[in-house]
Design a binder for this molecule. Structure first.
Ligand code: SF4
Ligand code: SF4
Ligand code: SF4
Length: 305
């Protein structure tokens, strides 16, 4: 019998689903052994009638469930719970599912302020009628804050190579190997130990490198004073021998989330800056270091002074 896979998006931009499709021709060969029983991006199976509550969503039973996106409203929560009930093994796909991702940045503001900015104080269009949007939760949650998750596969989006590995190993009845280590652990740049200046430079400032030489000849971006989140970010985005952004001579912005489980990238990064002789007080917006991982209660509204 074919290995049945269900995929459901929640508070998602569809980039994670595109990453599944980006496994390319390997997905086609994988389709010989799997059955894609549910995936709203690809399969229109009328699983969720607008006049029925989301908990009655007709999601077929599956051996493996993939949920992308965080949980921001009641409907997404009930779809997540339906996926947990229907899927034997549930994977949180992408950084939004694993750590809240970019949408969880709204956790920095009171809910009423976020709703007003999104739906009321808008310059074009008509605000939605009361009751026409799903009831928001008090903040954006990662999926493992709401249901038991068997495996988290972060990345914004996750690497198609890793998605393929997870699908093939689970379909073969084994568990994928645990991923360990940081972006720095996989970075070939030249390192000494200390930054050459105390002020932290912004992501957008240009790094010093010789475009005619390989990335391994480039001095570490953090040691150049740039805010490179590689030390506190989970590895896994390598392409052609270097983490994706480092290969493009740009600092890591932290999109795979913290190295360890629910770690706090902002606190960890301030320690790293200090240990490199950089003044963390010169970072323009410290909370932006949690731009990909603000769920798990890490980003909260600032109390008025
Ligand atoms: S992790 Fe990135 S690609 Fe995936 S849903 Fe979130 S924003 Fe989109
Ligand atoms: S801080 Fe950035 S540039 Fe330096 S080793 Fe780590 S990932 Fe590479
Ligand atoms: S280098 Fe950092 S920001 Fe860039 S893809 Fe890798 S984890 Fe994401």
């Amino acid at each position: 019998m074919a290995f049945r896979i269900a995929a459901q998006w929640l508070h998602s931009c569809a980039g994670c689903e595109m990453a599944i499709l980006d496994t390319g021709s390997r997905l086609l060969s994988l389709l010989d052994g799997i059955e894609l029983v549910h995936m709203p991006l690809l399969v229109d199976n009328k699983y969720h009638a607008p006049d029925r509550p989301p908990e009655e969503a007709d999601i077929p039973p599956a051996d493996l469930g993939l949920v992308s996106g965080g949980v921001a409203n009641r409907e997404q929560l009930e779809l997540l719970q339906a996926m947990r009930r229907r899927c034997s093994f549930l994977v949180g796909l992408g950084t939004c599912a694993s750590h809240g991702g970019i949408p969880a940045m709204i956790n920095s503001w009171p809910l009423a302020e976020g709703l007003a900015a999104t739906y009321e104080n808008i310059e074009s269009g008509t605000p939605p009628a009361a009751g026409s949007i799903p009831a928001p939760l008090d903040r954006v949650y990662a999926v493992d804050e709401k249901v038991n998750i068997d495996l988290l596969l972060p990345g914004c989006p996750p690497d198609p190579e890793q998605i393929h590995q997870v699908l093939t190993t689970l379909a073969a009845g084994t568990r994928p190997p645990a991923r360990t280590g940081s972006v720095c652990d996989r970075c070939p740049t030249r390192r000494h130990s200390m930054a050459d200046r105390p002020q932290v430079r912004r992501f957008v400032e240009a790094a010093a490198f010789d475009p005619d030489r390989p990335v391994a000849a480039m001095p570490c971006l953090l040691e150049q004073g740039l805010l490179c989140m590689g030390p506190v970010t989970a590895g896994g985005c390598e392409h052609h021998g270097a983490p994706a952004c480092i290969g493009a001579r740009a600092p890591c912005r932290g999109c795979y989330g913290p190295v360890a489980g629910q770690g706090n990238q902002m606190v960890a990064m301030m320690n790293i800056l200090a240990s490199h002789g950089l003044d963390f007080r010169s970072v323009v917006d410290r909370r932006a270091m949690l731009r990909f991982a603000g769920a798990h209660g890490l980003l909260r509204p600032v109390k008025p002074k």
